[in-house]
Design a protein around this ligand. Structure first.
Ligand SMILES: [Zn+2]
Length: 443
């Protein structure tokens, strides 16, 4: 008989959007909680006192008293093939693509190389407490096979797609409208809904796809009711000017994607830093999502995203957090939140810790339309759980004793903590990482 798992510790989980209902009505917190897990699914959760008598002899209790349990964090925009070039020095987006990104991605025609990078990427992701990511592959379909194969070994719910790119990049990185469609479709058939893996139609961005390719991408996205779409949008001013030159017939950058049927409930647009009211309106009406990637936007000097306007303006839009490695600078979403906070301050608004933790968990799940599976610690959800040590460094240990309430403690994590604060990571109910004895499932 298989043993059931019970996790004990403080717990924080969101049931509503704090940007809509206000912070205090958005979450449930227990100082001492139990999470019951059976066969990868959360079967029960609540306070220790109310549930302690329900622990049965066939259960193994993992006691994390004094630590905080949250749903595994979610990254809605990241490039696994850029792991070997994280932290590369160099200028703005378009130079950076040419000088670093394309030469690195060209190496992924070698499946063995792709697998090695996927292993490193997933390990760092798990060690940062993130359990689901929406991931760009490269133009080579083998790079997507390599990624999903590694994700399957871990049991993670991951989303990934083959980059479609048929112009304005080095020859060896180009597909064609036909091969881009055919290879992507073969990958949908092979991987989409296989175990926990999900496929994402992935035109890199409008400047690297012809009209014909965008049309084929739209066709594929609309052929399946539950396949996803990801691309980049309005990241920098230079890029927007280029799109205007390439597609003079369209009224905006977003309109290029909209025209080809790429804007919908399961589409996620990276950045959207330079956005007009009309863009927010279209995104809101079509229920599309934005991936906010502040570490990347600051690193490349792209601009400041207006999170508050996106969430609470006239046309509210779903927003998730993205690390956007390798232009982003940390696997750890707490570090992303650190920059979310500062960018919001530059835009004359403040993001509370409650809103930050929501964006990293349920907010990310909602922006991926996966909130019925991941992003919260509730009955029926898949058991992806991260255990956090709130005093992971000497200064945090010192400072947190002076914190007056939960919100202050969480805010300290956003500003001062990093992946050292991840005590353990559970995927599908199984412990895959333990910081204490440096255990990682795939080592
Ligand atoms: Zn990106």
């Amino acid at each position: 008989m298989t043993k059931k798992t019970v996790l004990r510790g403080a717990s924080l989980s969101f049931h509503a959007d704090p940007f809509v209902v206000g912070d205090k009505d958005s979450y449930t917190f227990f100082k001492d909680a139990l999470i019951f897990i059976d066969n990868g699914i959360i079967t029960k959760t609540g306070s220790y006192d109310s549930l302690k008598n329900e622990i049965t002899d066939d259960s193994i209790v993992h006691d994390y008293s004094g630590r905080l349990m949250t749903a595994g964090f979610i990254d809605t925009h990241v490039h696994y093939p850029q792991t070997p070039m994280i932290g590369a020095y160099g200028k703005h987006l378009l130079d950076w693509l040419e000088n670093y990104t394309y030469p690195t991605e060209a190496k992924f025609s070698d499946k063995e190389f792709a697998s090695q990078v996927a292993k490193m990427f997933l390990k760092q992701t798990i060690k940062a407490g993130t359990t689901t990511s929406m991931v760009y592959g490269t133009v080579y379909k083998e790079s997507v096979d390599a990624f999903f194969e590694e994700s399957e070994k871990l049991g993670t719910r991951m989303l990934c797609g083959k980059v479609m790119m048929d112009r304005n990049a080095p020859d060896e990185l180009l597909d064609t409208p036909e091969t881009g469609y055919k290879d992507s479709k073969a990958l949908v058939e092979k991987w989409h809904n296989k175990g926990r893996q999900l496929y994402v139609v992935t035109p890199r961005f409008a400047p690297t796809s012809t009209r014909e390719q965008l049309e084929m991408a739209g066709k594929l996205y609309n052929e399946y009711p539950d396949v996803f779409m990801q691309t980049h949008l309005c990241e920098t001013e230079g890029e927007i000017a280029w799109v205007k030159e390439l597609f003079p017939e369209r009224k905006s950058y977003l309109d290029v994607y909209d025209h080809y049927g790429l804007v919908g409930k399961r589409s996620v647009f990276g950045h959207c830093v330079h956005f007009e009211d009309e863009d927010f309106k279209t995104m809101s009406q079509k229920k599309a999502s934005i991936a906010h990637c502040p570490t990347s936007n600051l690193f490349l000097g792209s601009g400041l995203f207006d999170l508050n306007k996106a969430k609470t303006g006239k046309h509210p839009v779903y927003v998730g957090l993205g690390t956007d490695l390798g232009a982003g600078t940390s696997f750890c979403q707490l570090q992303t939140l650190n920059e979310v906070y500062k960018v919001a301050e530059m835009k004359d608004s403040s993001i509370t810790a409650i809103k930050g933790y929501y964006l990293a968990t349920r907010g990310g799940a909602e922006s991926l339309s996966l909130e019925d599976k991941i992003g919260s610690l509730e009955k029926g959800m898949e058991a992806d759980v991260t255990i956090w040590d709130l005093s992971s460094t000497e200064i945090l240990d010192y400072r947190i004793k002076l914190a007056k309430d939960l919100e202050e403690k969480l805010f300290l994590q956003m500003i001062l903590a990093d992946d050292r604060s991840v005590r353990a990571t559970y995927v599908n109910g199984e412990k895959v990482y333990d910081n204490k004895n440096n255990y990682y499932k795939l080592d």
